[in-house]
Design a binder for this molecule. Structure first.
Ligand SMILES: C[S@@+](CC[C@H](N)C(=O)[O-])C[C@H]1O[C@@H](n2cnc3c(N)ncnc32)[C@H](O)[C@@H]1O
Length: 194
């Protein structure tokens, strides 16, 4: 799938629904080496220890979710596409500590509950207000010392609502600067600590 295929304005939800309804892995997460590297990087960024609660925003078909599941005692994964959620549920079937929920961002997170919030290739799709609220909820939902892991393609897609530079500026203004920036072939993984 070409990420440049521009959806009608404000039609992201339908755009993703159509993608997942026609293809269970629209971005070839299973087969692309760069995508596997990205998941390895997210896992490494979480550190060696198993963590308590995690939340994954925009979990898509659940391939990243399944990969991260063993890092948490409880992992909540949310996505706004019903088809993606059905795929993700299938992907993590049998993992009782993983909950997949159909919800549009921003979602309200319980204050100071989470050890990590993972947002892989989702934040730049959010319109400015939703993005600000989502980042604020991530900050508020994290325990002190908790991590926000924000992984984003370096290319600025036509269907994105903001550039990487804008996204990083906004996230930095809330979290006060990233702890680490890990760079892959066409993406970067920014790690912020509350
Ligand atoms: C490019 S995919 C990324 C999937 C997965 N996180 C990954 O890294 O491969 C973007 C995902 O974000 C979801 N998404 C986009 N905007 C959303 C919103 N406002 N609320 C919830 N999910 C959203 C889409 O449905 C899609 O599954």
């Amino acid at each position: 799938v070409d990420r440049k295929g521009k959806p009608a304005a404000l039609n992201h939800a339908r755009h993703f629904e159509t993608l997942f309804a026609g293809n269970d892995d629209p971005w070839d997460l299973r087969s692309k080496r760069g995508e596997r590297h990205k998941r390895d990087t997210i896992r490494r960024a979480l550190g060696p220890a198993r963590l308590g609660c995690g939340v994954e925003l925009g979990c898509g078909n659940g391939i990243t979710t399944r990969d991260l599941a063993h890092k948490f005692a409880h992992l909540l994964a949310v996505d706004g596409s019903a088809s993606a959620v059905a795929l993700a549920k299938r992907e993590v079937a049998g993992l009782r500590h993983v909950e997949v929920r159909h919800a549009a961002l921003p979602i309200t997170l319980e204050r100071a509950r989470y050890h990590a919030v993972i947002a892989s290739e989702v934040l730049y799709y959010l319109p400015a207000r939703s993005l600000r609220t989502t980042l604020w909820e991530a900050f508020d939902g994290l325990r002190p010392g908790g991590l926000l892991i924000s992984t984003n393609h370096i290319t600025n897609f036509d269907d994105a609502e903001c550039t990487n530079a804008e996204l990083n500026r906004l996230t930095r203004s809330l979290f006060g600067g990233e702890v680490r920036a890990l760079v892959g072939d066409r993406w970067r993984c920014d790690v912020y600590r509350k």
